[in-house]
Design a binder for this molecule. Structure first.
Ligand SMILES: [Zn+2]
Length: 516
């Protein structure tokens, strides 16, 4: 007899429906699976067999064939254990076939028949928005699954319970989540607040501009000046997350098995800081069935690369597509998977090998040639994606001993949100563009137009500082964001004057090349 159980699986962040077809017929006893299952699906044979026996059901000594359709998409994981087991029970009339109608089932089984939680359930169930279908998911994932909105969700904790629920012998309460209620509980708490950071006004201001216009930042400074602390404070001044963004982050964390226990909705902007030994796969994503990398885990938050010059050049080059496109596509034999990569990149480096160039208290021991070589370790294409370069110097004695608290993150965030609002309005007719950092040449011409006097001022600055063409547009974009922070429609001279300050790396590089 043939039983069909609806289930679902994942391709990247997208869920898709899978039909689990179970045929039980006479002939030599055997258990076969077709439809491109990977190793873990094959292992599920053993779990399903044991779980059925240990739940008090009969495992039929017959020919069992399981087909997972569509066959041409690679499927992974143990999510099909429970649908396969229920399919076998239905095909052998231990539960009626009709019990499976209108149900979508996912769940891993343990040998004793318990249903274990899965990664990626929210994304899986989001594939189906169908009010006539009901989901059976692992008990521990039911709250997460219910976040998907209009779906009806039941959490089951064992094969036995699932079978009894389907046949009406036991009742399970539907899992309800009032998403607007848990989402309104919005005040996310971040690890570092701007008011905790002493001094470094210039770097803090650069981060405010970065947050307002979604600009990437390079911080240059000697070791121990608080670059990491500054980077960690950035999420706290970014605008509050929208529900859509929250759900996307939650899906990504769910797929990666990183959802904090008991908290199925991630309400904080991520902060990811991979070590400089990170491989391309861990940064960009990878594996036979590609998993999200750091660039995706940082989506809607911050990716912090400390000691930038220590990263493998190839690894940094791989950042170009995610930075350029806001997404990354990883191709494999059976599937190409696309993940979002919308993050602000914060990078940090020492000014030279020994770290003390431009330090008033310790002398730099590097030769100009070594400094130039050190600085040019960062590739041009990556630098092109970084709008703001800011120095993070060693604090002076007075600054260290100043106990006056700075502005709180909440205060700065208000200005950032106001500037973002201006940008949303500005770019409302330009799909895919939300922030000043995303402007191309054409949009820069349109939205960064200078009046005659300001234009003349920019020309003078440009020539006297010997700025490159590459920097021309970058400075205009930053000036646009600074003007937005002030609520200015027009970019003013002092907006431009501030914008040209954020090129500390270029300055160091130019100096080192003059002397070498
Ligand atoms: Zn040095």
């Amino acid at each position: 007899m043939l039983a069909i159980v609806n289930s679902c699986s994942l391709l990247g962040l997208k869920g898709f429906n899978v039909k689990v077809e179970v045929d039980v017929s006479g002939g030599l006893p055997g258990f076969h699976m077709v439809g491109l299952p990977d190793t873990s699906v094959r292992e599920s044979r053993e779990r399903v067999k044991a779980a059925i026996k240990n739940s008090g059901f009969k495992f039929p000594p017959k020919q069992i064939t399981v087909n997972l359709a569509p066959a041409d998409i690679r499927k992974e994981g143990s999510a099909f254990d429970l649908p396969i087991a229920l399919g076998i029970l239905a095909a052998t009339e231990q539960i009626p076939l009709s019990a499976l109608e209108g149900k979508i089932v996912v769940g891993e089984l343990s040998l004793n028949g318990d249903v274990r939680p899965l990664n990626g359930v929210l994304a899986m169930v989001s594939a189906t928005e169908n009010e006539t279908m009901e989901f059976l998911v692992p008990q521990q994932n039911s709250y997460e699954a219910a976040l998907s909105g209009s779906n009806t969700v039941y959490g089951v904790s064992s094969l036995n319970e699932a079978a009894h629920f389907l046949t009406g012998k036991t009742e399970i309460p539907q899992t309800h989540v009032d998403i607007s209620e848990i989402f309104s509980d919005q005040e996310a708490r971040y690890e570092v607040d701007m008011e905790q950071i002493k001094g470094q006004e210039s770097a803090k201001r650069a981060l405010e501009i970065a947050a307002a216009g979604n600009h990437n930042v390079l911080m240059v400074g000697p070791p121990g000046t608080g670059k990491t602390l500054l980077a960690k404070a950035l999420p706290s001044i970014l605008p509050g997350l929208t529900l859509e963004e929250t759900l996307q982050i939650t899906k990504i964390y769910s797929i990666s098995g990183l959802l904090p226990e008991g908290i199925p909705l991630v309400k904080k902007r991520p902060f990811r800081a991979p070590h400089h030994n990170a491989s391309t796969a861990s940064l960009i994503g990878g594996g036979t069935i590609p998993k999200p990398g750091e660039v995706t885990l940082a989506t809607h938050g911050v990716l912090f690369l400390d000691e930038l010059t220590e990263f493998d050049r190839k690894v940094l080059d791989a950042l170009r597509q995610p930075l350029e496109d806001g997404s990354v596509t990883i191709s494999r034999v059976n599937a190409a998977v696309t993940y979002p990569t919308n993050f602000i990149l914060i990078t940090a480096m020492n000014p030279c090998n020994c770290g003390f160039l431009s330090d008033p208290e310790r002398e730099c021991t590097c030769t100009p040639y070594a400094i130039s070589r050190y600085l040019t370790k960062i590739s041009g294409p990556l630098l092109d994606r970084i709008d703001l370069q800011v120095e993070v110097p060693r604090l002076k004695y007075e600054e260290l001993h100043d106990y006056k608290k700075g502005e709180t993150s909440a205060e700065i965030k208000k200005r950032v949100e106001a500037a973002r609002k201006i940008q949303r309005e500005r770019f409302k007719d330009y799909p895919g563009v939300e922030c000043n950092s995303q402007m191309d040449g054409e949009l820069i011409n349109k939205f960064c137009a200078l009046d005659k006097n300001t234009e003349e001022f920019y020309k003078q600055v440009f020539d006297s500082l010997k700025l490159s063409i590459r920097m021309h547009n970058r400075i205009l974009k930053i000036a646009r964001t600074i003007a937005d922070l002030e609520g200015n429609d027009k970019i003013s001279e002092h907006n431009l004057a501030e914008a040209v300050q954020y090129r500390d790396y270029d300055r160091l590089l130019a100096d080192s090349q003059v002397f070498s």
